[in-house]
Every structure is written in C-alpha cells, then in structure tokens.
Design a protein around this ligand. Structure first.
Ligand code: ADP
Ligand code: MG
Length: 299
C-alpha cells in the first residue's frame, strides 16, 4: 500500500507544476547522489541565435543561410529553430523535400529554388558530414575549430556533397541555473554537465553555473548519454538525469530518476519519471526538496 504522505507529496508537487508519474517515484529520489544536467534547453535557454555565417564555396552568406533554413525546417532541435528563424527573416526559403534527422548529429534532405534543380543538403556536426561521405578540408576544419574555440556552437552546411558554409550560433545560460546548481550542491548532489555540443561551449557554461571542470562531458552522442549514466551507476552512484530533448530520452529512461523539462519534447517527457512544467532548473531543485520533506514526514 502507498503511504498517504506519498500521495500528499505528489499532490503538493502538482500544485508546484511538478508532475510525478507515481507516488513510489518520490522514494527513488531519496538515494540520488549525482545529477546529470543536459546543457541545451536545460541549463541554457536553448533559444539560440545565429551570430555568423561563413560561406565556403562561392555562394553568398544569405544563400548558405537560406539552404540551411530549408533543410532544418523539419527539425525541432534548438539549432534548427534558430537557423530557420534567421533564414526566414532574411527572405523566402527554398522548398524542402525528403527530410531525415539524426538526433545528436544533424539533418539531411533536398531543397530546390522555384524551377531550379534539387540540391542535396546536409547540416550538422563534423561527424555527421563524415557519415554522409563529406570531409571538410584542413583549412575548413581550422576555421570551424576557431569559431568553436571562441565559444560558439558551429554547424556545417554541405551542398551536393561539398562543404558550403559554417553557421555559428550562441545560447544563453538561464537566469536561475547558477542558483539551482548551488542549491543542488547544498543538498549533497554532485552536478555533472552533459552535452552533445563542443568542449569549449560546455566549459564556458559549466564555469558560468559552478559545475567543476572535471564534471563536464562534451561532444557526447545520444548513446553516449546513456553510457555516461550507466558508467556512473556502475561506479556505485545513484543518478538523476535532467533533460529536454529527443537525444536525452534514452538517458532519462536509464537514470534512476529521469526528470524532463516541460518545455522539452514529448519523447523526453514520456521517458521521464518527473516532469517540471516550466523551464526553470529551480523547479528540479523544488522536486528534490519536496520528495525529501515528504519522506521525512513518513519516517
Ligand atoms: P545537446 O546535448 O547540446 O542538446 P545534441 O545532442 O542535440 O546537443 O546535438 C549535438 C550536436 O549535433 C549539436 O551541437 C550539433 O552540432 C549537431 N546537431 C544536432 N541536431 C542538429 C540539427 N538539427 N542541425 C544541425 N546540427 C545538429
Ligand atoms: Mg537539450
């Protein structure tokens, strides 16, 4: 039988905008000692802005952005949303077709200007380009690395099998994230940052919110997020994972306690034990505090 206090706890939680899948989940939070935080959309706003476009093959910057916008139109990734928004603001987009999305990698598809030929488009990280048989030159990779080192999130656009441009984007750390991380530490949890983004961006965000440099996992593939959770579990830790993306779903399911941001994707919410309705990391702290208070009542 479920102790009444647990039911009261879940009721109180829902008043706070914290949805818990079952009363027993409050119990599971008790042993959590490590909390993995997805970066994009969880610690940061996930509302990226395009800050630069560098054409590589003689096309104009505007055309590179428009083609990227066309192939990204079918993706709900924060990078895609930012690229589409910037591209639409600059003019009409070529019409996309045959779209495929690789979570944690990028997108692929075709698009054509009115009456023009279909162009094969690939957008995303270096590894995703390589998976599609496209290898940027050393000089192009150097330009890409320089943008990343400056703290930008950079993605490639390739057209008809050749690198055509690099798009740089920037994200913003959420207002409440640093305070939430501080509170998690006070509660005895060890915060770890987990991201598919590059190491320079990850280090910058970790420093901004007070996560130790040694507790940052960057350039992690979605499968790698699951492995990171499992690795910590095998090392004897009890792991909570907080995420919002399609790419976080498997890790949310693997974690002892999966927490989804309500602003995130349905797949993440389905995989999680707890969903916080807002987009504030402070609510994650509230969920943990509430479960501890509830359990203290039962004891
Ligand atoms: P995060 O862990 O920060 O949410 P993801 O695992 O979703 O990151 O993505 C990892 C990397 O894969 C991104 O930094 C980007 O380089 C690339 N990527 C993923 N989705 C897209 C997309 N729709 N368009 C372009 N690049 C993408
Ligand atoms: Mg994310």
């Amino acid at each position: 039988a479920t102790p009444t206090a647990l039911l009261v706890g879940t009721g109180r939680a829902s008043q706070l905008g914290i949805l818990i899948k079952g009363p027993q989940i409050l119990e599971d939070t008790r042993h959590v000692d490590t909390i993995l935080l997805d970066k994009t959309g969880t610690v940061t706003t996930g509302r990226l802005a395009v800050t630069g476009v560098a054409a590589l093959d003689g096309r104009s910057d505007a055309e590179v952005l428009a083609l990227a916008g066309a192939v990204e139109a079918g993706s709900e990734h924060p990078i895609a949303k930012a690229v589409v928004e910037a591209a639409r603001a600059a003019g009409p987009l070529p019409v996309p077709a045959g779209f495929h999305s690789a979570p944690g990698g990028g997108v692929r598809g075709t698009a054509a200007y009115d009456g023009g030929p279909a162009l094969a488009l690939v957008a995303g990280r270096t590894g995703w380009l390589e998976e599609n048989g496209i290898v940027p030159s050393a000089a192009q990779q150097q330009a890409f690395a320089a943008l990343q080192d400056s703290g930008a999130t950079a993605i490639w656009l390739a057209v008809d099998g050749e690198p055509a441009g690099i798009i740089s984007l920037r994200d913003t750390v959420k207002d409440g994230s640093a305070a939430a991380v501080r509170r998690l530490k006070e509660l005895g949890l060890r915060p770890v940052l987990l991201t598919g983004d590059n190491a320079a961006v990850a280090a910058h965000v970790a420093a901004a919110v007070g996560i130790a440099a040694g507790d940052v996992y960057a350039e992690v593939r979605p499968e790698g997020k699951v492995e990171a959770v499992r690795g910590l579990q095998e090392a004897g830790r009890t792991v909570a994972m907080v995420g919002d993306g399609v790419n976080d779903a498997a890790a949310l399911a693997q974690a002892d306690l999966g927490i989804a941001m309500g602003s995130g994707t349905d797949v993440a919410i389905e995989a999680a034990d707890i969903t916080v309705m807002g987009s504030d990391l402070g609510q994650v702290v509230q969920a943990i505090e509430l479960s501890r208070r509830t359990l203290a009542t039962i004891k």
